[in-house]
Design a protein around this ligand. Structure first.
Ligand SMILES: Nc1nc2c(ncn2[C@@H]2O[C@H](COP(=O)(O)OP(=O)(O)OP(=O)(O)O)[C@@H](O)[C@H]2O)c(=O)[nH]1
Ligand SMILES: [Mg+2]
Length: 343
């Protein structure tokens, strides 16, 4: 039974970069992976792409034939796929059922909050027994403003309900968070979506005008409603931070059921067995320490580790391989309390 990730999120949230990084990671642990580009505007793909929506329908042609702009063109392209769903799904099936799939989606928010095309494509795959999880990336910049934070909570809730699949919300680019100044609350407050009434005074302080006060009231009402659902929480990710990628994959494998499934599927028996033993789950506090409280010290220590690796490769007169970097990160994960990678 095939497994996969549907990578969604607003424009620029890091979806394509994540797909590239995740594919490299999966190939390092031996899981055979195919990345599928579902973004008709994505004409500079940085990863090896097994299937490209642009081979199915071309945005440029739609725009010129129908006199549409790029946003309308993307919606139309996905509607075309929705209308020829069987053909498109056959193309996905032709990749074989042994490959782990990653779908790089377009960034238009309406596609995962109230438009049917993506939902229909995903539902069709689900019916065909594909075990999929939605990975919803949201730029962590948005937690720096209390009212924007409530907006992304609403966005996350809305897409969770619309897409109706296992859903993992992720605050991306966490490495940049320190640059945006001090947060009123600690990082786990935002990731666990703790008692939102604590943030209300900060929402009110943001608004100075009369209409602004009413905006604050609306935001607070939305916050209460999101809290009542009790569904939204976040993981955190810095795509270059291998430890945060390792943690995220353990969470995803749990959500899709991959770690409980047959280990012969992807050829990554070692990883699957290791995560079955528990995985390493204390990440948010680590991330607060790594990326906010002691960023400089950690940067320095990691640079030293990397230099060691490079020195070793240099002595052997060759460049450092991606695999070696991943190998070092996995060893570190194991040392710090992650599950044992029995070789
Ligand atoms: N610092 C940092 N930058 C990142 C990270 N992930 C992505 N970026 C950068 O964010 C920018 C946007 O990344 P993309 O991967 O193109 O984002 P996207 O969501 O695919 O964008 P669209 O397809 O246009 O919606 C690029 O410049 C990336 O290098 C991260 O974890 N940390
Ligand atoms: Mg992209």
């Amino acid at each position: 039974m095939p497994f996969g990730q549907l990578v969604i999120g607003p424009p620029g949230s890091g979806k394509s970069t994540y797909c590239n990084g995740m594919q490299q990671f999966l190939s390092a642990i031996g899981r055979k992976t195919s990345v599928i580009n579902l973004d008709p505007a994505n004409d500079r793909i940085s990863y090896p792409c097994a299937l490209d929506i642009r081979d199915f329908t071309r945005l440029e042609d739609i725009m010129s034939e129908l006199n549409l702009g790029p946003n309308g063109g993307i919606m139309y392209a996905l509607e075309e796929v929705e209308n020829s769903l069987d053909d498109f799904v056959n193309m996905i099936e032709s990749l074989g059922k042994q490959d782990y799939l990653i779908f790089d989606c377009p960034g238009q928010v309406e596609l995962f909050t109230h438009h049917s095309a993506l939902q229909q494509i995903f539902k069709k795959l689900e019916k065909m027994d594909y075990r999929l999880a939605v990975i919803h990336l949201v730029d962590s910049y948005y937690i720096t403003s209390p009212s924007q934070y409530i907006s992304i909570l609403l966005l996350a809730l809305r897409s969770m309900l619309q897409l109706d699949l296992p859903h993992i919300n992720v605050l991306s680019k966490i490495d940049l968070l320190k640059n945006y100044g001090e947060l009123p609350m600690s990082l786990d407050y935002y990731t666990e979506v703790q008692d939102l009434s604590y943030i209300f005074p900060h929402i009110e302080a943001e608004q100075k005008t009369v209409l602004g006060k009413r905006y604050a009231k609306l935001t607070e009402a939305i916050a209460e409603m999101v809290e009542d659902f009790g569904l939204v929480s976040f993981e955190v990710l810095a795509v270059e931070d291998k430890k945060s990628m390792i943690h995220l994959l353990t969470v995803i494998d749990k959500a899709t059921g991959y770690m409980f499934g047959s280990t012969e599927i992807g050829g990554d028996t070692v990883w699957t067995e290791a995560t079955r033993q528990g995985g390493y789950l204390g990440i948010v506090q680590d991330i607060q320490e790594r990326w906010i409280d002691h960023k400089e010290e950690y940067d320095e220590a990691e640079e030293e580790e990397r230099e060691e690796l490079f020195k070793k490769a240099e002595e052997e007169s060759r460049p450092l391989t991606e695999e070696e970097e991943w190998d070092a990160a996995l060893k570190q994960w194991e040392k710090e309390g992650g599950a044992k990678m029995k070789k």
